[in-house]
Design a binder for this molecule. Structure first.
Ligand code: GLV
Length: 328
């Protein structure tokens, strides 16, 4: 039987491309050219499967141009680059990479919160600029993390990982809000207390966003929500761009309405709102929360294994829309 044809949409570890090549006829974008919609559609027009990343948009228009496509394996846990309804309607299976990145991403969320609270990048810029000439009692004095109230919006696997770090490692009081409340055993394990979104905003000393992006979470944190936060509070977004209204956040940071923010994701990234680049009290990182070498390798391997499993056994390891299989 002829091998299935796969397109790897962005550069990935060479060993993963080699692994895929053992199973499939592989075309790979190892030069890492960022493909526009038409270029992606051209590459996928004669392919049976795609290895995608969060920057590759798969929607109804693209699928109409790619009639052979049966599976898109995303190397990300988030999948807002997929129009899942359109994929299901066309019988195209979608997969993501949950679990393998949970602890690494929680590490990063916690690190970003600490860097934000303790003003690490702001003070580093000051030092690098040669402005450090003497000790002073309040130089870059920030807020404490240990013993503070950690608020988590979105309490999935990564949110729970951050809660455990805060509660068990730093003696933080953990409060959270989520679409659905966790079961009592998980709440106890995370030492986390369920509160309304309003109470979360009003009470948290450090608020971390870990909710998935969807139309309903668009601008879940805007001027009104920031207005409820303590002026001493910090805000961290490791979830998705678009969950925070970046323009409103930049204005709030400039006006000192909250103390500081840490952002790993941005509306319209890799573009960053210009106002965020000029306010000092924000830590900015380029969407790297899952980027440890072992974890990125595990994510790539899981995405590849989803393709292998699908073409050899007709199912996938981590499907997002298993109902698409019924159409085959
Ligand atoms: C990263 O943002 C991911 O969704 O894996």
């Amino acid at each position: 039987m002829a091998k299935a044809k796969i397109f790897v949409a962005r550069a990935v570890f060479p060993e993963i491309v080699e692994y895929l090549a053992q199973h499939f006829e592989v075309q790979s974008n190892q030069s890492d050219q960022v493909l526009n919609k038409d270029q992606l559609a051209q590459h996928l027009a004669d392919k049976d499967g795609a290895f995608t990343t969060g920057s590759d948009r798969i929607d109804g228009e693209l699928l109409a141009a790619c009639p052979r496509l049966k599976i898109c394996a995303n190397m990300a846990v988030g999948f807002n680059n997929f129009d899942l309804d359109a994929m299901t309607a066309r019988g195209v299976l979608a997969t993501n990479t949950p679990d393998v990145l949970t602890e690494t991403t929680a590490d990063f969320g916690f690190a970003l919160m600490m860097a934000t609270a303790r003003r690490m990048t702001e003070s580093e810029h000051y030092l690098r600029a040669g402005k450090w000439t003497k000790w002073s009692y309040d130089m870059f004095a920030g807020s404490d993390v240990h013993g503070a109230t950690l608020g988590i919006l979105g309490m999935g696997r990564i949110g729970q990982g951050i809660a455990r770090r805060g509660a068990h490692g730093f003696g933080m009081k953990v409060i959270y809000h989520n679409r659905s409340r966790l079961d009592a055993a998980t709440e106890a394990e995370c030492k986390a207390h369920y509160v309304s979104k309003e109470e979360l905003l009003k009470t948290a000393d450090h608020l971390v966003l870990v909710l998935p992006y969807s139309a309903s979470s668009h601008h879940a944190i805007g001027a009104a929500e920031i207005g409820l936060m303590k002026p001493t509070a910090t805000l961290v977004n490791i979830a998705r761009g678009g969950i925070v209204d970046d323009a409103a956040l930049a204005q709030a940071l400039r006006e000192g309405r909250i103390a500081a923010a840490g952002l790993d994701v941005f509306e319209g990234e890799p573009k960053v709102h210009p106002d965020l680049l000029t306010v000092p009290n924000v830590v900015l990182t380029p969407h790297i929360a899952s980027a440890s070498v072992p974890t990125r390798l595990a994510m790539a391997r899981l995405a590849a294994d989803n393709l292998v499993e699908f073409f050899s056994k007709g199912k996938a390891l981590t499907p997002l829309n298993p109902q698409a299989l019924a159409k085959h």
